[in-house]
Write a protein that binds this ligand. Sequence first.
Ligand code: G16
Length: 543
Amino acid sequence: MKITSVETRPLAGQKPGTSGLRKKVPQFQAPHYLENFIQSIFNALPDKTGASLVLGGDGRYFNREAIAIVVAMAAANGFARVIVGQGGILSTPAASHLIRQRKTLGGIILSASHNPGGPQGDFGVKFNAGNGGPAPESLTDAIHAETLRISQYKIADLGTLDIDHIGITQFDGFTLEVTDSVEAYQALMETLFDMAAIRALFASGFRMRFDALSAVTGPYALRIFEGLLGAAPGTVVNGVPLPDFGGHHPDPNPVNCRDLYELAMSEAAPDLCAASDGDGDRNLIIGRGLFVTPSDSLAVLAANAHLAPAYRAGLAGIARSMPTSAAADRVAQKRGLALYETPTGWKFFGNLLDAGKVTICGEESAGTGSNHVREKDGLWAVLLWLNILAVRRESVKSIVGAHWREFGRNYYARHDYEEVDSAAADRLMLGLRERLGALKGYRHGALVVSSADDFAYHDPVDGSSSAHQGVRIMFEGGARVVYRLSGTGTAGATLRVYLEHYEAGPAGLDADNHAALAPLVAAAQAIADITRLTGRAAPSVIT
Ligand code: G16
């Protein structure tokens, strides 16, 4: 095995964000760009000699080229084995599971998640640690430090690699293992859910549409829903991963999945419409005539999880990210469960899951998951919904309605201002932070601010602290606005404004979500002076 050391120098902008390094494809194709980052990951891993690594991606443009480079660099850097998904395909939760099952040092996932793909789209690299979860901040900081002092990278000449056939190729002291992308993940799902009950549900005429958005979940959904569970052929649409995701925006929300949403609201609606994102960790759930917000979905899943075999004994606790609505808190409160509020980013759930403090976690950004892996898991969420529907034999709408009757309703929306000038976005956030103390008592219409803070988290497991995680404005009566800047965008800044208003009792059952939030939207605009500071009269996306 011929190994070459290539001279290089630090390149700008290689600081990993909320989930790894995300940049435009041409940036990743630039000389040494990918190689520098991969070498920096390896340099930050002292135990790599003789270790194994899981590797896969969501099939987006540049996936196959990047796989070949990472394998050759892993071989040159002393890894003994790389386990790669067939065709370079592994969903993020499937990769997380493989890392745990095979006890590897970690894994590299090639994905920019819910960001669009294609030659001018986004690409990304994330490292997951041995627990299967996103690298903790201490490791991403170490990787960033390596990117700032890199002077060479090592790459082996392995010839043309075959990643399309399952099997093992031996090189001098190095093994490339190509594994089925779906098999281990499907086996895990079979241990969690009552597949016989779900099969009976489909056999009874239950109809579903699952849109894989031409991204990674297609092969998984086809085999599990149509193959294992007997859903009708055609249940899974856009089921073949394409390098440009067939032009779909792979962030599964009612705006990007407009066709699916309109189908769910029509006379011809199936019982359940669902979708997942680029790398398979997010989910969209729409019942006939009702979009279930991710925050509500987390709460309903937590309240009903005991209907699935894996969670029959009950939950240890629930965790949600700070901007996620408090709907899950009400479930935790009523059931006597611990509730943890963490900063945005799945990595913050890892310690809680590892320590056995929580069983289910979720985020407003359409991520839900449990202790079965250390990532959010789109298909898992759909399967848990199916398991619940199979046991309760009620519609999604009736289940959510009953939930609101029991726990009250958290009206909720997120307003995104995308590709805002970064300096303007920073000024807006700074302005808010400087005025936190002065906001108490501020009145806008009937709304009065009761308190304001900048969310800080103290990890109860490892004692670490994370400050400046988002500005929270609380109003008398329980309404809330949160402002934070996205950590996953690749152009300018994205300002996210999260709006929440709670109503106890059945009054809110038929109320329109956006109408209920209108006064809060106006207050949120005024408090942050959004239009003047960003030049935007309205958000780019409302979900
Ligand atoms: C990533 C993290 C999520 C987090 C999201 C936040 O999602 O894995 O845990 O909620 O980023 O995104 P933003 O900072 O843009 O609000 P993904 O699906 O991109 O890996």
